[in-house]
Design a protein around this ligand. Structure first.
Ligand SMILES: [Zn+2]
Ligand SMILES: [Zn+2]
Length: 243
């Protein structure tokens, strides 16, 4: 199983989890034509698209996905949010702690802590094992047994954000919102440490802030802490999430 990253930050999020036969899209923050290009112009193997929450960088292109016949799974609040305008219902309104079967993928959702309702996902497939997807959130208070891969937001480091606020690069109001809504490096470490990582083969750091992060430092600190294979979900990355 491969994780292809089209983008992973506030400018747009979209990931494709795929093997030769099936593809599951996570987030609709890139246009469907971009996704089709990433799928070699053949989207017949797409089994669905998960959308974590209604912010534009995750949900902006949902309507285009739905028009192309992609089954979208998101919370009721995403379907009814204003960003979708006239398109209304276009998929399955998922409820936490319920399993959804999409081809050989089994998906369930859990609630996160953002400034709008936001879901994390547990994605199981025979080719990868159990994958957790956690973004956008201030914290994650779940302990999830049996994980094999973790895709987790690591948005900013407090010291970088504070320096940016001091220098005026980041406005303090925006800085305050970041503190309340996105995952800081130390919270990411705490979340990882509170889980049993013995079966985890990959940690993928996602949704790094263009202003308030340092990809090499984050990757290095998380790898040192966990002893795991750590990748950063940069645009164009292709990460092997083998079972
Ligand atoms: Zn976001
Ligand atoms: Zn968001």
């Amino acid at each position: 199983m491969k994780l292809k990253v089209l983008g992973s930050n506030s400018r747009g999020n979209c990931y494709i989890l795929e093997n030769e036969h099936e593809a599951l899209i996570i987030e609709a923050g890139f246009s469907f034509s971009r996704v089709r290009r990433a799928l070699d112009l053949n989207h017949s193997r797409v089994v669905g698209c998960l959308v974590s929450h209604g912010h534009g960088d995750h949900a902006r292109y949902m309507a285009g996905f739905a028009k192309s016949g992609i089954n979208i799974l998101a919370s009721e609040s995403v379907f009814s949010s204003n960003t979708l305008g006239q398109h209304g219902k276009m998929g399955i309104a998922i409820k936490p702690d319920t399993e959804y079967v999409l081809g050989d993928f089994t998906v369930s959702a859990f609630t996160l802590h953002h400034d709008v309702p936001c879901l994390g996902f547990l994605i199981d497939h025979p080719d990868s094992g159990l994958i957790a997807f956690i973004s956008d959130t201030r914290l994650c208070d779940y302990v999830i047994p049996g994980l094999n891969h973790i895709i987790i937001e690591c948005n900013y480091a407090k010291d970088i954000l504070e320096a940016n606020i001091r220098s005026g690069r980041v406005h303090h109001t925006r800085g305050k919102r970041v503190l309340l809504t996105h995952m800081e490096l130390e919270s990411c470490k705490k979340t990882l440490q509170s889980n049993d990582l013995s079966g985890v083969r990959n940690i993928v750091l996602a949704h790094l802030s263009p202003d308030n992060s340092d990809a090499a430092r984050f990757q290095n600190e998380i790898a040192t802490l966990t002893g795991k294979n750590v990748s950063v979900a940069g645009p164009g990355a292709s990460i092997n999430l083998a079972g």
